[in-house]
Design a protein around this ligand. Sequence first.
Ligand SMILES: Cc1cc2nc3c(=O)[nH]c(=O)nc-3n(C[C@H](O)[C@H](O)[C@H](O)COP(=O)(O)OP(=O)(O)OC[C@H]3O[C@@H](n4cnc5c(N)ncnc54)[C@H](O)[C@@H]3O)c2cc1C
Length: 214
Amino acid sequence: MAATTFAMEAVAELSTLLYQRGGYDIRLEAAIAKLYNSEAGWRIVDDTLQIRGGRGYEMAESLARRGERPIPIERAMRDFRINLIFEGSSEIMRLFIAREAVTTTCGRHSRWWIPRHRWATASGRSGGWRGSTPRGTQARLVGRGQLPSYGEFGRLAPHLRYAERTTRRLGRAILHAMVRFGPKLERRQMVLFRAVDIGAELFAMSAACVRAQI
Ligand SMILES: Cc1cc2nc3c(=O)[nH]c(=O)nc-3n(C[C@H](O)[C@H](O)[C@H](O)COP(=O)(O)OP(=O)(O)OC[C@H]3O[C@@H](n4cnc5c(N)ncnc54)[C@H](O)[C@@H]3O)c2cc1C
């Protein structure tokens, strides 16, 4: 829970810093921050209830009446659950993020988990999911070229290299799914949502390394 909380704060801070720095389209990072932190926070509340067992399930008033410590986990669970629904439900956030990923046509690959140039949704010319993938982009997605060493991160460098390697693998998987399903990929939510969750984890790993380094 402590590690996840550290990662959640890292994701929120990094997204905020990028916004404050300006000149950077942070829609993707903001969407991942909302999705990742809502889901991870929910898992923490759920685990807390599980650890508290039946006492976690009971209302605080009920606990107090029985002379137990009135820790309001049940209340926290009720209050937190809405985060997966409002301000963009988790499903809608995943769809948004997946659409950004799949309609990507070119851009940098190494910093985050997917290339960042997103003409289709950014320009409002939402052309569906069939973004063309120029050769240069494909080369980036399949990860040709040397991996950065991230030596400046010291002991954390292997984690960042792992994130980089897995990011490229994820890029290849998305490309493969685009080729395999074509426009029907839009309806393959299990495939898309899995890719988004992996991408969000990779973003959280990278953000946590950056935060730990600072
Ligand atoms: C306490 C509370 C406060 C709120 N405050 C505000 C507010 O201040 N301002 C405001 O504008 N709104 C507010 N809302 C509304 C909130 O934004 C909506 O509840 C939310 O957007 C989900 O919409 P919905 O309830 O109509 O669910 P629906 O759109 O009916 O969705 C139902 C379920 O289906 C899923 N779903 C929908 N479409 C898809 C899809 N294409 N693929 C896969 N799954 C899908 C959703 O994720 C959800 O799980 C609030 C709601 C609550 C409960």
